[in-house]
Design a protein around this ligand. Structure first.
Ligand SMILES: NC(=O)c1ccc[n+]([C@@H]2O[C@H](COP(=O)([O-])OP(=O)(O)OC[C@H]3O[C@@H](n4cnc5c(N)ncnc54)[C@H](O)[C@@H]3O)[C@@H](O)[C@H]2O)c1
Length: 258
């Protein structure tokens, strides 16, 4: 049985009730995990208030600001985790960002700044957070990140985020190789398209979803809960022999050639 009782799970990337991280947090909570939630702070504190209200029913024992572009804030967040929990068992990396103008039109128009921003927030951050979590995963651990098919094939408009996801997927493998001896497993979920705040920035996202609904073997796309269930599996002992993998949760779309 899938049981995460007694596990400390740090979840990044909840922005609202459409967030994939929200689907994951709910399933980890249902499996008995003790949750810590991080959020991206903004000047007016709107995100903080919104996310705090949303996650309140899951009674997270930690609720921390964590902008991955702010090294001092990340350090502070993990210092608090160390002081309050002592040990981390699960890390959910569920965040990405690129400028909207870099998510449509000609791929080659991406600026150096736009490229670096997308790669920094969406790919480097996994290395950064894994490095911070590593010394706290004293009883082994599971790290799960979120990727998309656009990291291995060309998907119109996904553009620079495809390059970031390609880097992210290789991060999964290099981190899995490094952290395996400490019994820390690192895996990715490649989710089918879901309507969220982040995906709304990708040009033609509704057409993408419609296409998947027509072509995927299951004739639909997936839900945040379905992704959450697989994340819970990847964080549990049921997947104790699995690391360095990208698991498709996409209603089967990835297998189709035409
Ligand atoms: N929605 C989809 O169709 C889909 C499909 C496959 C993979 N994904 C991936 O799932 C993950 C979650 O995205 P989502 O679709 O749930 O959208 P979302 O907008 O709900 O989540 C993105 C999160 O990234 C966070 N974020 C952005 N910049 C940050 C920073 N500097 N520091 C910390 N956090 C930051 C945002 O606050 C937000 O919580 C992303 O990696 C995304 O690429 C999404």
């Amino acid at each position: 049985m899938l049981n995460l009782t007694g596990k400390n799970a740090l979840v990044t990337g909840i922005a609202n009730n459409r967030s994939i991280a929200w689907g994951i947090a709910q399933q980890l909570h249902a499996a008995g995990a003790n949750l810590g939630v991080t959020y991206l702070p903004d000047d007016k504190g709107r995100f903080e208030k919104k996310v705090a209200e949303l996650v309140e029913p899951l009674q997270p024992s930690l609720f921390l600001p964590c902008d991955v572009q702010n090294d001092a804030q990340v350090e502070e967040a993990f210092a608090t985790v160390r002081d309050k929990w002592g040990r981390v068992d699960i890390l959910i990396h569920c965040l990405a960002f690129a400028n909207k103008e870099d998510l449509s039109g000609d791929f080659s128009n991406v600026s150096r700044e736009g490229f670096n921003l997308a790669l920094d927030v969406s790919a480097y951050s996994l290395i950064q957070l894994a490095r911070a979590a590593k010394p706290l995963m004293t009883a082994g651990g599971a790290i799960v990140t979120l990727t998309y098919l656009g990291g291995v094939r060309v998907v119109p408009n996904y553009n620079v985020m495809g390059i970031a996801k390609a880097a992210l997927e290789m991060n999964v493998k290099y981190l899995a190789a490094e952290l395996g001896p400490a019994n820390i497993r690192v895996n990715g979920i490649s989710a089918g398209p879901i309507r969220t705040l982040a995906s709304s920035a990708v040009g033609g996202i509704l057409d993408m979803i419609h296409h998947v609904e027509q072509v995927a073997p299951l004739r639909r796309t997936v839900t945040q809960t379905e992704v959450g269930n697989v994340a819970a599996f990847l964080c549990s002992d049921l997947s104790s022999g699995v690391t360095g993998q990208i698991l498709y949760v996409d209603a089967g779309y990835e297998i189709m050639g035409m």
